[in-house]
Write a protein that binds this ligand. Structure first.
Ligand code: FAD
Ligand code: MG
Length: 371
């Protein structure tokens, strides 16, 4: 299992020990370095969590420790409910007894995330599928044993058969709600949406606690609260070049309340017989998606940005743009995996917000208006 570039924020590199996320990364709260007066950058506190790096950035340095505590409490709550990386989470129990017929009582966090996940699943025609667990396992991801060779067609067919979303029973009539996976071997995997949900819960908790001018970051799932400097109107955020580690392609302003998420094929991969396979699957083929390097989504919530970035990575530009019409207020850009010629396909709403960074000459193409 390989990891890629450490997260680079505010022009500092996080020590290599803290594994980062994709090379299609977001740089948050870039201090105003060019031209006018040098501003003191927001105070950033970071820590490892959920297999990635989390951070809060606060304009008021005195508020930073308390903001970190508030966000950490929200994240650990979500980890305890939704992680498939620990045996004692709610989702781990649901997966462990898949097929044995016992309904598992679950908390609101699980029901809320599953509602969002299955809404996205239905609207994306199954391109986003929270039951992708068996396929991830077949390829050796997410803690499964490494594969000496790519899984054969029979293995993949069997894994794909376990991602059938008609084989999950979510009972919201009972108190507490319960969940049952109807076939042994089925497994929920919320890796594509639960971090976004955690960011939303943290953002809500910060607001209730009276914080402002703070940026919440969980592995590149960002949500802005207030602004990075007086009159800025938000947080200056950058899109990283997926083919050139540590370089930024373009900047845009993430406004108060907005969220941004990126899915990339450099994030997590497995290497089998010397070939890299990305961690985002096309549920139809049970194969890792190829041809796409990264997708970034700006949305009104982090849950939506996180889930949509994965769905659009699978769907590509045309079918992705059609999906976006179901989600007003969401904008996206796609960077195909063509290192020889970097092209950015963007919805008009995001294209007009991008400022090429430095002297980058960007080939930005507008995606058809939504049909
Ligand atoms: P995204 O594009 O947002 O998601 C990709 C992930 O979604 C894949 O890894 C896979 O799990 C899933 N997926 C793949 N294809 C599809 C599809 N078509 N539809 C739906 N989902 C799909 N990682 C660790 O190494 N250690 C940990 O302890 C750990 N704990 C975690 C706890 C929680 C609560 C969560 C949510 C995740 C945890 N992770 C952990 C996983 C890790 O943080 C991220 O999930 C992983 O980096 C992928 O997220 P992403 O944003 O990078 O990519
Ligand atoms: Mg995601």
């Amino acid at each position: 299992m390989g990891y890629h570039a450490p997260v680079m924020q505010n022009a500092q590199l996080i020590p290599r020990c803290l594994k980062g996320r994709s090379a299609v990364m977001l740089l948050a709260a870039l201090p105003l370095l060019h031209g006018c007066k040098k501003e003191t950058p927001p105070t950033r506190i970071q820590w490892p969590v959920m297999g990635t790096v989390a951070a809060v950035q606060c304009v008021d340095a005195r508020a930073a420790p308390q903001a970190r505590d508030t966000v950490q409490a929200a994240f650990s709550h979500i980890d305890a409910s939704l992680s498939t990386w620990r045996a004692d989470s709610e989702i781990a129990l649901v997966n462990r007894i898949a097929g044995n017929g016992t309904p598992v009582p679950v908390t609101d966090n699980v029901v809320t995330v599953l509602r969002a996940a299955f809404d996205l699943c239905a609207k994306s025609g199954g391109a986003f599928n929270p039951l992708i667990g068996p396929v991830m396992k077949a390829w050796g991801f997410n803690g499964a044993a490494a594969r000496p060779a790519p899984p054969d067609a029979e293995t993949l067919l069997a894994a794909a058969a376990l991602t059938d979303w008609y084989q999950i029973d979510i009972n919201v009539e009972s108190l507490p709600c319960t969940i049952r996976l109807l076939k042994p071997g089925m497994a929920l995997d919320l890796g594509a949406i639960a971090k976004g949900y955690a960011v939303d819960k943290a953002w809500d908790a910060l607001k209730v606690a009276g914080h402002t001018n703070t940026l919440v970051d969980l592995g590149g799932n960002l949500r802005a609260l207030g602004e990075a400097a007086p009159g800025r109107g938000g947080w200056r955020t950058g899109i990283r070049n997926p083919f050139q580690q540590g370089t930024c392609l373009a900047l845009f302003l993430l406004s108060d309340g907005e969220s941004v998420s990126t899915s990339g094929n450099y994030e997590r991969f497995v290497e089998i017989e010397g070939k890299r396979y990305a961690h985002i699957m096309d549920p139809q083929t049970a194969q890792p998606v190829t041809g796409m390097a990264g997708v970034t989504v700006v949305a009104p919530t982090a849950t939506l940005a996180d889930g949509l970035s994965t769905a659009l990575f699978v769907l590509g530009t045309e079918r992705g743009a059609a999906l976006l019409k179901h989600y007003p207020g969401c904008e996206a850009l796609w960077i195909p995996d063509t290192p020889g010629h970097l092209v950015i396909f963007a919805t008009p709403g995001l294209a007009k917000r991008l400022t090429p960074s430095g002297n980058a000459k960007l080939d930005i193409r507008l995606i058809h208006e939504r049909r």
